[in-house]
Design a protein around this ligand. Structure first.
Ligand code: 13P
Length: 251
């Protein structure tokens, strides 16, 4: 009942030509992928042109971040409605790299999430523990703090228009993926926490993605877990063939 989502986060990679070239290669490779939502997240400068290249395809467009104000004297920021204007349907919020390097906090994640939803975008809200936190047995408490802070003031309806991405920081870009069971255990925790914070029906319906070294050869095992509803893919999303192999995990 939960349609899986396979999303590619391209981070700070690809010129406009490289990004449009990649989606032109990708489109035929995923044209027959049914029962899965496919999303790519290029850099801001490529969004509009990638949107044109994706027109008429089954691949959707995401931005990697947004600001929470609609307009104003906020040099360098991009508002959610401008992302929608550029063709985005989704926006990634609170990625661990933004938390680590750019001062993102649960409070800013919260403001960004609300603003994204108000602009009609689907918010992909990221959470995840560091290696030190996992080793100190703090995984669940860290995730709980991030979700409670990030989703403060959300209604069930707002949650229903969001996607959660669990990305253990120690698994990102390290080639060290969480085991199927480690990921499943955290996804179960997230879903039960959302049931407490909202209601069981909304928690049952929300998609919870796993991210962290997802590759064509480990996606099937992860996706076979009952509470893993998709993947947020970094490195392996940069090439059309490997991202298509992940998106076609069910084939
Ligand atoms: P990798 O797939 O490169 O580990 O990156 C995961 C990620 O951060 C996706 O947002």
């Amino acid at each position: 009942m939960r349609t899986p989502v396979i999303a590619g986060n391209w981070k700070l990679f690809k010129t406009i030509a490289e990004a449009t070239g990649m989606v032109n290669e990708l489109k035929p490779l995923v044209a027959n992928a049914s029962g899965v939502e496919i999303v790519v997240a290029p850099v801001f400068t490529a969004l509009s042109r990638v949107s044109e290249a994706l027109s008429g395809s089954n691949v959707r467009l995401a931005a990697q971040d947004c600001y929470w104000e609609e307009e104003g004297a906020y040099t360098g920021e991009v508002a959610p409605k401008l992302l929608a204007d550029a063709g985005c349907s989704h926006v990634i919020i609170g990625h661990s790299e933004r938390r680590q390097y750019f001062g993102e906090t649960d409070a800013t994640v919260n403001k960004k999430g609300k603003a994204a939803l108000a602009a009609g975008l689907t918010a992909i809200v990221c959470v995840g523990e560091t290696l030190a936190e996992r080793e100190a047995d703090k995984t669940f408490s860290v995730i709980e703090t991030q979700l409670k802070g990030g989703l403060t003031g959300f209604s069930s309806d707002m949650l229903a228009h969001s996607i959660i991405a669990y990305e253990p920081v120690w698994a990102i870009g390290t080639g060290k993926t969480a085991s199927d069971q480690q990921a499943q255990d955290v996804h179960v925790f997230i879903r039960s926490l959302l049931a407490q914070m909202f209601d069981q029906a909304t928690a049952n319906a929300i998609r919870i993605l796993y991210g962290g070294s997802v590759k064509p050869d480990n996606v099937k095992g992860l996706m076979s877990q009952p509470d893993i509803d998709g993947a947020l893919v970094g490195g392996a999303s940069l090439k059309a063939d490997s991202f298509a192999a992940i998106a076609n995990f069910a084939a």
